[in-house]
Design a protein around this ligand. Structure first.
Ligand code: MN3
Length: 237
């Protein structure tokens, strides 16, 4: 498809999508959750701030429409299902399928949350980078051109499908660029850990050998709940 037909097809496809614009629902948790959950905690497909054809000629309307209304909607549906199934495990104490549902939770959760950011970080109006963002880009990558090249290369070289991600890493107070292969290697990107347990063998083998269960049981004797609580407070405030 040359640029002219591309534009034309895109505009026709986009014409049907003019009704999609509306402001994202406000949420008490702010920028991350806006428009992604309803009052009952059900995940919902966020509305876009622009029409499907407004990113043309860079991204065509048909791609936007399919990507948002089919692919992203699929993640939302899958995430609600996995959430329900995990709740059934909690309620019944039946954890036979937990591995499967945790994987589903990670796959659809990451899909939902990352796409939500993806739609928001694109716009027909590019806006200006803040002083803070500029400062970090300069400090952490050596300037915008270097950042741009690194981000492009890292994204280009993601193996198979996945994401290129610019992220804030709080331990060293810096921006980092990461590749998310696929996106569901049992993480929900965008979720923020407040408690974790290392279950690599090196964490328990000397004492527990292959008895990971016993190590996990005893881990509960040493959890610092004050620290876990502080971490939740920090994230929510
Ligand atoms: Mn996608």
């Amino acid at each position: 498809m040359n640029k002219r037909t591309f534009l034309k097809t895109g505009l026709i496809a986009g014409a049907g999508a003019l009704s999609t614009t509306s402001a994202w629902a406000e949420s008490e948790y702010g920028i991350y959750t806006a428009g992604t959950v309803d009052k009952n905690g059900e995940y919902i497909l966020p509305k876009l701030d622009y029409n499907y054809n407004e990113l043309e000629p860079y991204i065509d309307a048909k791609t936007m429409e399919l990507h948002h209304s089919k692919h992203h909607a699929g993640y939302v549906k899958g995430l609600n299902k996995a959430t329900k199934k995990v709740q059934e495990c909690i309620d019944t104490g039946e954890y036979g399928l937990i591995k499967h549902w945790e994987r589903e939770l990670a796959f659809h959760g990451s899909g939902h949350f990352l796409h939500t950011i993806f739609w928001k970080v694109m716009s027909p109006e590019q806006g200006k980078r803040s002083r803070l963002l500029e400062k970090h880009i300069k400090k952490d990558f050596g300037g915008f051109d270097k950042f741009k090249q690194y981000f492009k290369m890292a994204s280009k070289k993601v193996e198979g499908s996945g994401w290129g991600i610019l992220a804030y890493q709080p331990h060293a107070d810096k921006l980092v660029i990461l590749q998310a292969e696929k996106h569901h290697n049992l993480t929900q990107w965008v979720s923020i850990p407040i408690l974790c347990i290392d279950v690599w063998e090196h964490a328990y083998y000397l004492n527990y050998q292959n008895n990971r269960g016993a190590y996990i049981d005893n881990f509960f004797e040493v959890i610092n709940w004050e620290e876990v609580s502080n971490r939740l407070d920090a994230v929510k405030s």
